[in-house]
Design a protein around this ligand. Structure first.
Ligand code: C2E
Ligand code: CA
Ligand code: CA
Ligand code: CA
Length: 278
């Protein structure tokens, strides 16, 4: 269980073991969390491979649990999916991210924000409408919103995904395939999917220096992106060596602890401001 502070780890570990009672407690607490504003959105910067300047951010949800401290999504996203709260949480994150990206704009930074969309949320009835409302209510231009779907979500029902994505894309919203390389995409479908960005899964970035196969996967994804004229984000970049190797291979953007950890909105504003000055 991933945990970002506090001392209730045991509790959450037990709940992940599917003890029905504890799961029920977690679900109830999660409902409370949504109701009582215990969820927060952190932002992790994405930087340009060319000059290291900030090129956007990814919104990542956190839970300020009253006793357990700050919890990472690994501790509750699955439970949220299983008890049907993921739609509500996802919609809240989407609205919040659009609102804060617009606030960043009002401070002079026109930076795109990427929001993770779960399969259940994406496949729900009113999803496109929710996106439209989040854009309208915040005033954020659609061009500054990117939606990340995992490769497995994107490939579940490709035809339906295309149908759902196209109208939003025509508005200017961009779409990224998250955790790319970990799924089982059909190559012929992939080349027809209306995506703008491939996000190379961090496992390949981590292993590429020791593992020939990982390096080949990274090179193949970058070559494919190039011929499809898509952008690429290398995730989980932690070392200068990884950064150099990915830059040499032509990745567009990098994201990882080397550049910045997920941080509260106020820190993202400082990060963007400091970036503008050097
Ligand atoms: P993801 O979308 O693949 O997000 C990247 C994860 O990698 C984040 O974990 C981030 O903190 C972590 N990370 C970033 N840079 C590095 C690095 O250099 N090294 C390492 N080891 N890790 C790095 P986080 O925030 O714990 O999120 C985990 C997953 O939870 C996300 O994976 C995403 O699938 C899901 N998630 C987060 N927020 C949301 C949300 O609002 N909605 C939905 N549906 N899922 C979310
Ligand atoms: Ca993501
Ligand atoms: Ca990812
Ligand atoms: Ca992941």
């Amino acid at each position: 269980v991933k945990r970002a502070g506090g001392n209730a780890c045991e509790f959450f570990e037990t709940s992940m073991n599917q003890s029905a009672f504890e799961r029920l407690v977690l679900e109830n607490e999660l409902r409370e969390a949504v109701r009582d504003d215990q969820l927060v959105v952190f932002y992790q910067p994405k930087v340009s491979m060319v000059d290291g300047s900030i090129a956007g951010s990814e919104a990542l949800v956190r839970w300020r649990h009253p006793t357990a401290g700050l919890l990472s999504p690994g501790a509750f996203i699955q439970a949220a999916e299983e008890c049907g709260l993921i739609g509500e949480i996802g919609d809240w994150v989407l609205r919040r991210a659009c609102h804060e990206a617009q606030q960043l704009r009002e401070r002079g930074f026109d930076l795109p924000v990427a929001v993770n969309v779960s399969a259940m949320q994406f496949e729900s009835e009113g999803f496109s409408q929710t996106v439209l409302e989040a854009l309208q209510d915040s005033g954020l231009p659609p061009e500054l919103l990117e939606l990340e779907l995992t490769e497995s979500t994107a490939m579940r029902e490709p035809e339906r995904v295309i149908e759902q994505i196209e109208p939003l894309r025509r508005l200017g919203v961009t779409f990224a395939i998250d955790d790319f390389g970990t799924g089982h995409s059909s190559l012929s479908y992939l080349t027809r999917m209306p995506f703008d960005v491939f996000k190379i899964d961090q496992s390949f970035v981590r292993d590429m220096s020791q593992d020939e196969h990982a390096r080949i996967v990274v090179e193949t994804i970058l070559a494919m992106a190039k011929s499809l004229k898509l952008k690429t984000v290398a995730e989980g970049v932690e070392t200068h060596d990884q950064h150099q190797a990915l830059r040499a291979l032509g990745a567009t953007l990098a994201q990882g602890y080397l550049f910045g950890r997920p941080m509260p909105f106020a820190e993202l504003v400082s990060f963007a401001s400091a970036d503008g000055q050097d």
